[in-house]
Structures are given as structure tokens and as C-alpha cells.
Write a protein of this length. Structure first.
Lengths: 335, 266
């Protein structure tokens, strides 16, 4: 049995449309699990089900063998970091962080040292007396994190914690979060819509669409073996073709992939080759400079093919080129 | 340059328009003559003493004070509960409800007073003092609902959820996290409610009765039959009271800002 288990979770806000339908998810002990998906896919709702902030219509949630489905929020002992940080505006940073400890009737000397320790871990020592209004976005984020961590939660839930930060700070914060997670060995569930952010720090990623989990695996597996077209697009595949057109690319007669209807390939895995002898040729219609390479959009008899190549000198718009794809770089999809 | 002078002139005239009557009342209240007149015959505090001696004025002052306090406090409690419901479930229904809550401020007080009199006093035979409280509740409710719901809308609702995830039961989360952040709104709602209830004549006029009078109405009665500066003296005391009241409220509203300034070392 896993540390946390969501089984057959159904959630509906209006008793008609299901926001989550028959959702199953495992949480391993000490891992950073991400919920990734486009907005409206139900990832935040899933997190709120775990937190106990949303009532389920059906299904169970167990943690460490205990049924938590009907345990009220304040008895769950989970930390949560909200997208808006949700710091208490009328309390100082110290009182914000100590809030959960005071509720647990811990002696003031003990909680003061625990607050001090966690502030150091989160890199915000010295800000004790400030009020949330006086903090920068990154500092607020760290205070929110410290406040959730100081109660030593069984599970830490983060709802798009980085989406309100600028790009540079986001990269810095996500490695801080990863470092803290490893330091404390805490299990985390992290909601995000940013694929790069998600893949860079997660031990496992659950990709969601329309209230269901489409694929849940480690980032490497998802990156190399996406389970469906949506995920393939998410992880950078740009060229999708029906399986029957495989031979036009010079691919060997289909391997033993049952039920495959599509195959896809990344732009960087399509190679430019000489026109003569190429199984597929086309004309370059658009060329974009991407810094380390050029991206070409090539019109072929199968439709547009997007590829990137660092070939020097670059080909020009209007050139006719041959295209080649290596068999091992092709991914077959059944939907 | 001329334009600036013109603007300054208008500003001075406007301020004079606002403050001159008040200043005149303050001056006449210290007159030793028994008419409201300028120049002063001599300096005297007799009219102030007369206010405290007048049983009808003192009794109606107590009535108005109790009435304004009760109406404001009840109004704030209802306003708080109503705002929470309106803000948490936005939509057509809550917009309609908000309009209903605000409607007493659009209906002339004289109409409200008349309707309440016909309905509460004549038909339902409700005691006058209760009817008076209900009437004033209608006057203050729009202020309470509008001010508190506006402030609640601004407040990040996830702070309540954050408190709950940290181990706070729902009621306590509301009391320790939401309520303190609504304090400025509650105080200003209280201030506006109190002043509007305390000043009200149209509604009180219908619902007052034998032995039950409010201060503004008692003052009107007094002026009708006396031309002495007693009412001036009373007005000066009311102004002073309002001023103190406002300064105190302003202070307590700004405590958080002051606290932040102290920590900044300003």
C-alpha cells in the first residue's frame, strides 16, 4: 500500500457536471509529486480534495493507512501554500509562522525556536517583525512556505506557488523548494501548469486533463514515452501523422505496436538531408532563428513538418529539402 | 496666476460656507444675552448649564445615544452576516439581495417612518421603543452592508482556508483571521451608522411617543418655543463629542499602520 491513496474520487460543484471523475492517484512517502495540466483540468480541485477544502461526491482518500475522506481540514495536519500566499495581513511574519504552533498549545519558548529554525531553512531570518505588506513577492512566498512547514505537516500541498513570481525568481524559488523538500524529507504535492517547472523538480508527474489523470510517471518516462497526443504536445512533440503515412518517412513497416493510430516526432529529431534519395521532400515556408538553431516549417505532401536544425549554412525560405527521421526517435500513440 | 487666485478664492468661499455657521453657533453659545445674537453682550456659560438642567434634553440625549448604539451594533452584526453570504456566492440572486439591502437609503426617511408607523405600531401594536430601534436599523443597514461587503470582497478569501489548514476550526478561523482584517470597515460602518441614527428626524418623528423622544426632535421642539442659545450650547457639545469620537476611531483604525511604521523605525 502506498503512503497516500486517492481512490475513485468524484467531485461536482453543481451535482450535474463532474469536475473530477473516478480519479485515482498514489502519493509515495517523501516524494515531490506534481499535478500538471491546462487550466480547468481539475488539478487544483484534486489538491483541495487532499487538503479537505472540497467535499467529494464519492471515493476515498487514505493517508498512511488512515481514512481521511471525512476528516475536517483543521484535523488533517497538512501544510498548504496558496497561490495568493494567503498570509494574514494583520499579523507580523513571526506571528504568521507561529500561527499553527500556537494552535497546538506549544510552549512559547519551544515555538519561538521552531519558528527561528524554519525561517533559517527558508532563508527569511531577520524579517520577523515585518508585516506581509512590507515584503516582496519572493519573501511572501518563503513566509507562506515556512508557515506551512513549521507545523511539521504529514503532507505539504502547494497550489501554483510560483505563478506570481517573475521568471528569474521562479527558477530560484523552485530549486529552494526542491532543496527544502529533500532536506526535510517531506512528501509534497505540487500543482502547476508550467511544464518546465514541473519536470525540473518533480520525482513524479501526474498529467491531468478534463478531471482525469492521463499519465502518472517519472518525468523521464513521460518525456520519452508520452501516453497520448495531449501529453506529447505538452512535452514538445510538434509533428503528428497518421500511422499509415509512416512509410512516406522511410520508417520500417510498423513495429508491433497494437492499436497505434498516430506517430509523432520532435522538431529536433527531424533531419535535413539531400533531396536525392530522400523519402520525403518539401519546400521551406517559414524560417525562425532560435539562437542555437533555426526552426523551419516545411510544406510536404503530408502537410507541414516543423523541424529545428543547427545545420550551417542555414537553408533559406523556398529551398527544397529532403527530410529524414530515425526510427528510434518516433513515438507511436494510440489516441 | 489669475487662475490660481480664482481657485483659491473659490476654496476659501467653500470653506467659509461650511465652517461659518458652525463658528457662529460656537460664538453665540457663550453669549450672556438670552437671544441668539451677535455681537455678544457678555461671556457666560449659563446655557451650557441649562442644557444639563433640562430634563427633556438630557433624557432625549440618553434615548438617542442608546438608540444609535443599539441600531449600529445590530446593524453591524446583520451587515457582517449578510456580507459574508453575498460575497461568498456572487451572482444574480446576491446582486438582487444587495439592492434590497441598500434600498432603505434610497427611500425617503419620511416614507420609511410612515410605513413603519402604520405597519408596526398601528397594525402589529409593537411597543414604540422596539419600533424605533427597528426603524433606525433600516436607516443604518445600508451603510453596514455596503461598507463591510466592499471590504470583505477585497480580502483574500484563502486566508480563512489557510488558517483552517494550520489547524483552526472554522468559527475560530473566522474570529482570528477574517474579523481582525475587517476591523477598519466595521469601525467606519459603526461611525456612519451611529451618526446617521443619532441625527435622524424623519423616521423618529413617526415612531416617537409620550416619554420617548430623540435628541434632534427635542432640539426642534425647544427651538419652536424658545429663542435662547441653549440649543447652540448643546450643538457645541455635540460637535465636540463627534470630533472626539472621530479622532478616537481614526486612531484605532490607524493602529496597524502605526505599528508597521514603528517596526520600520519611522
Amino acid at each position: 500500500m502506498h503512503f497516500g491513496e486517492l481512490r475513485h474520487i468524484d467531485v461536482s460543484y453543481d451535482k450535474k457536471n463532474l469536475i473530477l471523475s473516478d480519479l485515482n492517484l498514489d502519493i509515495y512517502k517523501g516524494e515531490l509529486l506534481s499535478l500538471l495540466g491546462p487550466s480547468g483540468c481539475g488539478k487544483t480541485t484534486t489538491l483541495r480534495v487532499i487538503a479537505g477544502l472540497v467535499d467529494t461526491v464519492g471515493g476515498t482518500f487514505t493517508l498512511d493507512g488512515t481514512d481521511m475522506t471525512h476528516v475536517p481540514v483543521h484535523k488533517r495536519d497538512f501544510g498548504m501554500v496558496f497561490q495568493s500566499y494567503a498570509l494574514f495581513p494583520h499579523l507580523s511574519v513571526f506571528d504568521n509562522i507561529a500561527f499553527g504552533l500556537k494552535l497546538r498549545h506549544i510552549e512559547s519558548a519551544t515555538y519561538a525556536s521552531r519558528v527561528g529554525k524554519i525561517m533559517e531553512v527558508c532563508g527569511i531570518n531577520g524579517l520577523e517583525k515585518r508585516f506581509p505588506k512590507q515584503l516582496s513577492g519572493g519573501q511572501r512566498q518563503r513566509v507562506a512556505l515556512a508557515r506551512a512547514l513549521v507545523i511539521e505537516p504529514k503532507l505539504l500541498l502547494l497550489d501554483e506557488p510560483l505563478s506570481n513570481l517573475d521568471a528569474q525568481l521562479r527558477v530560484q524559488m523552485r530549486s529552494s523548494i526542491k532543496r527544502i523538500q529533500q532536506e526535510l524529507g517531506i512528501s509534497m504535492v505540487f500543482v502547476t501548469h508550467d511544464q518546465e517547472e514541473c519536470f525540473s523538480i518533480s520525482d513524479r508527474v501526474a498529467i491531468m486533463q478534463k478531471g482525469k489523470i492521463e499519465q502518472c510517471d517519472n518525468p523521464e518516462t513521460i518525456y520519452s514515452h508520452p501516453a497520448c497526443e495531449m501529453i506529447a504536445r505538452f512535452v514538445g512533440f510538434k509533428n503528428f501523422f497518421p500511422v499509415e503515412q509512416g512509410k512516406e518517412f522511410g520508417l520500417a513497416p510498423l513495429p508491433n505496436v497494437q492499436d497505434a493510430t498516430l506517430f509523432c516526432v520532435r522538431p529536433e529529431d527531424v533531419e535535413l538531408s539531400a533531396v536525392s534519395g530522400a523519402s520525403l521532400t518539401g519546400t521551406i515556408e517559414v524560417r525562425t532563428y532560435l539562437g542555437d538553431c533555426y526552426q523551419y516549417e516545411v510544406r510536404t505532401k503530408l502537410g507541414m513538418v516543423t523541424l529545428s536544425s543547427s545545420l550551417e549554412p542555414p537553408r533559406s525560405v523556398g529551398d527544397t529539402v529532403g527530410l529524414a527521421v530515425a526510427q528510434e526517435n518516433v513515438v507511436f500513440l494510440d489516441r | 496666476m489669475y487662475k490660481h487666485r480664482f481657485i483659491a478664492l473659490i476654496a476659501i468661499l467653500t470653506l467659509a460656507f461650511i465652517f461659518l455657521p458652525l463658528i457662529l453657533i460656537v460664538i453665540t453659545s457663550f453669549n450672556s444675552a438670552n437671544t441668539i445674537s451677535i455681537p455678544l453682550d457678555g461671556f457666560s456659560l449659563q446655557w451650557f448649564a441649562k442644557v444639563f438642567k433640562s430634563r427633556s434634553l438630557m433624557q432625549s440625549f440618553k434615548n438617542s445615544l442608546t438608540l444609535a448604539l443599539l441600531a449600529s451594533v445590530i446593524g453591524i452584526v446583520i451587515g457582517l452576516v449578510a456580507s459574508m453570504a453575498l460575497v461568498k456566492r456572487p451572482g444574480k440572486v446576491s446582486n438582487t439581495l444587495l439592492s434590497i439591502f441598500l434600498s432603505p437609503s434610497l427611500i425617503p426617511g419620511i416614507v420609511i417612518g410612515y410605513v413603519l408607523f402604520r405597519f408596526l405600531v398601528v397594525v402589529l401594536q409593537i411597543p414604540l421603543n422596539l419600533a424605533l430601534i427597528l426603524g433606525h436599523l433600516l436607516i443604518v443597514l445600508p451603510f453596514c452592508v455596503r461598507i463591510i461587503s466592499a471590504s470583505l470582497k477585497e480580502l483574500d478569501e484563502s486566508i480563512e482556508e489557510a488558517a483552517r489548514t494550520l489547524g483552526c476550526p472554522p468559527t475560530r478561523a473566522f474570529l482570528t483571521v477574517v474579523l481582525p482584517n475587517l476591523r477598519p470597515a466595521i469601525l467606519s460602518a459603526f461611525m456612519l451608522s451611529f451618526i446617521n441614527s443619532f441625527n435622524n428626524i424623519p423616521v423618529s418623528m413617526y415612531l416617537k411617543g409620550p416619554g420617548l423622544n430623540t435628541l434632534p426632535y427635542a432640539m426642534m421642539n425647544h427651538i419652536e418655543y424658545n429663542y435662547d442659545p441653549t440649543v447652540s450650547a448643546l450643538s457645541v457639545m455635540l460637535m465636540a463629542m463627534t470630533l472626539i469620537f472621530m479622532v478616537l476611531l481614526d486612531r484605532s483604525m490607524n493602529t496597524q499602520q502605526t505599528r508597521t511604521k514603528i517596526t520600520k523605525g519611522e
